[in-house]
Design a protein. Sequence first.
Length: 390
Amino acid sequence: MTADAFYIDGVRVPIGRARPDGYYAKTRADDLAVRSIRALLERNPSVPPDRIDDVVWAATAQVGDQGLTLGRSLAILAGLGKTVPGYALDRMCAGALTSIVNAANAIRVGAQDLVLAGGVEHMGGHPMGAEVDPNPRFLSDKLVDPTALVMGNTAENLHDDHPEVTRERCDEFALISQERTAKAQANGVFDTHVVPMTVFSEAGWRVVDTDEHPRPGTTLESLSGLRSPFRTGGYVTAGNAAGLNDGAGGVLLASKAAVEEYGLTPRMRLVDYTFVGVEPETMGYGPVPATDKLLDRAGLSMDDIDVIDMNEAFAVQCVAFLDHFDLPVGSDKVNPYGGAIALGHPLAFSGARLAMQVATYFERNPDAQRGITTMCIGLGMGAAALWERV
Ligand SMILES: CC(C)(COP(=O)(O)OP(=O)(O)OC[C@H]1O[C@@H](n2cnc3c(N)ncnc32)[C@H](O)[C@@H]1OP(=O)(O)O)[C@@H](O)C(=O)NCCC(=O)NCCS
């Protein structure tokens, strides 16, 4: 028997483009995370900062301004007090999702009461794969296919495995992501999560307060004209893939005792989660077995789930997921507020955004009871987490 771990609140900075002229080109990664943590505490003033039991923070590139045992360094930088500990972790794209379930588990076993969990990735400062040194045995011993180490190639491989997931269906999915994101922005959905960030730029100091990546003018025609940078004649394009982005954010999780002591409002509870391994060269398929396993463990079917927030690393893996669960490409149940194709995907941060969006969906849809967050992960993994309205 475990105790409940409640989601209380979630905050993120606007997602920027990882480019020399992007929002955060001159901003440190750890400062993005500090801003999120300070905003979380400002929004929950009854929680004394030095009562936080732990800060769990993910980054894929664990070097430079993402490298100094993030959770602990963020606790100091955000002014939580030197008595607050923290740690860093990495599970690539599911970094923040792993932070969240680890934090929840500490609460579930009764070891901790208040935990901050999140992630950061400054892909401009830390380009994907640039700072790693994969063991040559991966390839010399044929442990993985050479294409497994480039995520765009794994998405092309998934097209090979699933010829029914055509380029046209992927572009349609990408367009829906852009349209839903634009609608969610107009309806203030992200206002509940996004806090403004002051940044330095060529033009001096300025405040950024909206996500930089969406392309609201996208059409099927503009998408269909794009070419694959990953394979000659391939199907994966800048339009139907997540982008290269900078971002950070996290959530406050609490035990029942902390909820009562500090008068907090629990928005949802973590019920269960799964991580699975799949073929590294088709890593995008991960959410399918992860979600199957999650539903199986809970004795639920897809009909019992009201909302799914799935990371859109690539449209092909999302459409393959929809097909597996007999859902149409435009299913209202999946990514009702759009996703990473439009918003961007700062790797280790994105799982926190998915949780925030499920919480907001519950808030805006009083009949919704259960939600799933799910993501694919490099080197062939999938993750899924089940959330329930309190
Ligand atoms: C696909 C990818 C290589 C594209 O990177 P990029 O070239 O820097 O992307 P850009 O934003 O400059 O877009 C490239 C072109 O597509 C166009 N484009 C992008 N999105 C578009 C859209 N929705 N509609 C129309 N055109 C679009 C851009 O205008 C640009 O055109 P230009 O070259 O004429 O200026 C990169 O986004 C990527 O690697 N994505 C996957 C990230 C990843 O692997 N994450 C981990 C998942 S596990």
